[in-house]
Design a protein around this ligand. Sequence first.
Ligand code: ZN
Length: 311
Amino acid sequence: MLRLNKRRKLVLLGVFAALAVFLFILWRSAIEKNRQIPVGPFRIAGNLYYVGTTNVTSFLLTGPEGHVLIDGCYPETAPMIIESISKLGFNITDVKVLLNSHAHPDHAGGLAALQEASGAELWVSKADADIIEAGGHGDPTFGPLKFVQFFGLGTFPAARVDHRLEDGEKVRIGPIELTAHLTAGHTPGCTSWSFPVHDGDRELLAVSIGSLTLMPFVSLVEPETYPGIRNDYERSFRTLRNLPADIFLASHTDWFNMQRKLRERADAKDPVEPFIDRDGYLNFIDRAEETFRKELEDQQGTVKPGSQLHD
Ligand SMILES: [Zn+2]
């Protein structure tokens, strides 16, 4: 009788485990499908185009001597990006440089396929380059969640990095010029991009924020998730605040309210105007910093008056 009960328990446990795995896979594929629905593609302003999905972004900057593409989204998204580029009348083989916001599968996952299709060089920040070349392995920001990588989560096809970028380095292709701003913390080499966009007779500075999000289980106090992560976040907030952004972009569409801006565009006299959003840009940085300060306070236990939160 006892043996039967044990067996029943084991069977039940097995059924629950199988059900949990099944539900997890369903949940994950639902999220990823949602993130792979194309929007547009459309012109944001001048030579800047949107070729990403409803959630994760990919931006195309076009020029007479070749184009630049920022981010490859998920591995499965790459063919959609290529199609979006051709719908706009451009060719993937004219993309000369691929750039990345950070070495996570939803932004770096499609880079290997895009590199293969375009023949472009991939330029990545020094601190994220090894992670990209290892297909997501070796990323310290996964912390205790590292084990999920054994199940294929958080990994992606490895891409070849052709150039390792320094903070502040410029990327130039003909008249296109982008500046790499190291805004580390979310990953050790998380990068935000700024670049002028020529729209008619005006020049607008576009800034695409890599990420300011805290990873689950991140430690901002000793032992830090990686040495210097807290100072990296502090520096990232300062770096981004100092950029005179006109056009606010980011690696996820909801961060800069892309859908709302697209709706507003329908009634706008100037189609670029909804995307000129310095207030939204600064608000986003403020909210991210608030979350960071709150987490830091929690992790430090108490906030002592005069404690040096800003060092
Ligand atoms: Zn990320």
